[in-house]
Ligand binder design. Structure first.
Ligand SMILES: Nc1ncnc2c1ncn2[C@@H]1O[C@H](COP(=O)(O)OP(=O)(O)OP(=O)(O)O)[C@@H](O)[C@H]1O
Ligand SMILES: [Mg+2]
Length: 295
């Protein structure tokens, strides 16, 4: 086991998540090590069921009750395994924020996006006034390039397109200025044009805020866009890790090679899209016409 370096943003050692099944214990994640420097970007790649989501949940202490988590998760030198629930809750959202695949299931349809960002912010900044929270919400929407943010803040989730909803989720995640953003398949539900725009946005946010990023995806092309290092997972285990360049040019594990076989075509497609959409982080305001909407 490597000694803790105090300047690491995230240091995961020997992380194991075990479920008891009728056929005995099953490790959804086994002996996983992860390292991320402040402002760095790490990609976790693997097929469905390889343990990617369980890893991200276990980092945050959000694994299912039925699961047992062992090992060590250090965030800025602080051990999260064994931390009390109130302390953990402060870390989540304050220091670490998550963005999931399906923004619609994470947003409450009955509240405006502004109110939801405000609530998320106020939960971690006790004593903040409504007016201040509103200002933060509008700024957060502006930061993710939602035009006319002062007006859009009063809209409901269904009044946004899928890509715009993902922008809202990213805005909410960033409102407390976390040191680490964990994005679990943030672009999977989106078409390829919008996917490229969201990746551009994440890249831009990294550059501007210095937020560290753990990006989870089944798609190597996606991680190659914005991460420096890749961890390849299969059946809960890391089968290969390294800098993006090396993984792409000299993959060691047959499974990584198989994943790479699917990549070039998609990569070209994203490249072409970038070429035809200069400044593609800024997209037209996509208001879905409403029939009145919730009162
Ligand atoms: N409640 C549970 N009981 C037993 N096993 C579970 C449970 N929940 C998840 N698992 C197992 O954990 C493993 C990892 O699941 P996980 O959701 O992390 O995969 P993933 O890599 O995120 O897949 P996907 O790409 O489909 O999102 C899977 O093999 C799954 O069957
Ligand atoms: Mg998953």
């Amino acid at each position: 086991m490597t000694a803790t370096t105090s300047d690491a943003l995230l240091e995961v050692r020997d992380l194991t998540v075990t479920f008891q099944t009728p056929r005995g214990p099953l490790d959804a994640v086994r002996s996983l090590d992860l390292d991320l420097e402040p402002g760095g970007a790490l990609g976790i790649v693997g097929e469905s069921g390889s343990g990617k989501s369980m890893t991200s949940l276990a980092i945050m202490g959000l694994q299912p009750r039925a699961a047992r988590r062992t090992g060590s998760v250090r965030l800025l030198g602080r051990e999260l395994v064994g931390m009390s629930e109130p302390d953990l809750r402060r870390v989540r959202g304050d220091r670490v924020a998550m963005v999931f695949q399906d923004p619609l299931s994470s947003l409450n349809p009955y509240y405006t996006v502004g109110l939801q960002i405000e609530e998320a912010y106020r939960a971690h900044r006790p004593g903040v006034t409504r007016r201040e929270a509103r200002r933060v919400a509008v700024e957060a929407l502006e930061r993710v390039h939602i035009r006319d943010a002062a007006r859009r803040v009063n809209h409901y989730p269904h009044q946004f397109s899928g890509g715009m909803r993902q922008r809202v989720m990213i805005a909410m995640a960033l409102s407390t200025e976390p040191e680490l953003l964990i994005a679990d398949e943030p672009t999977t539900a989106l078409d390829v044009t919008v996917q490229a725009q969201i990746l551009d946005l994440l890249q831009e946010i990294r550059r501007e805020t210095g937020t560290g990023l753990v990006l989870i995806t089944h798609d190597l092309a996606v991680v190659s866009e914005i991460t420096d290092h890749i961890v390849v997972m299969k059946d809960g285990v890391c089968v290969e890790r390294g800098p993006v360049e090396r993984i792409f040019t000299r993959p060691q594990h047959p499974y990584t090679r198989a994943l790479l076989d699917a990549v070039p075509r998609i990569d070209d497609e994203i490249g072409e899209l970038r070429a035809v959409t200069p400044g593609s982080a800024v997209v037209p305001d996509q208001v879905v016409p409403t029939n009145g909407g919730p009162a």
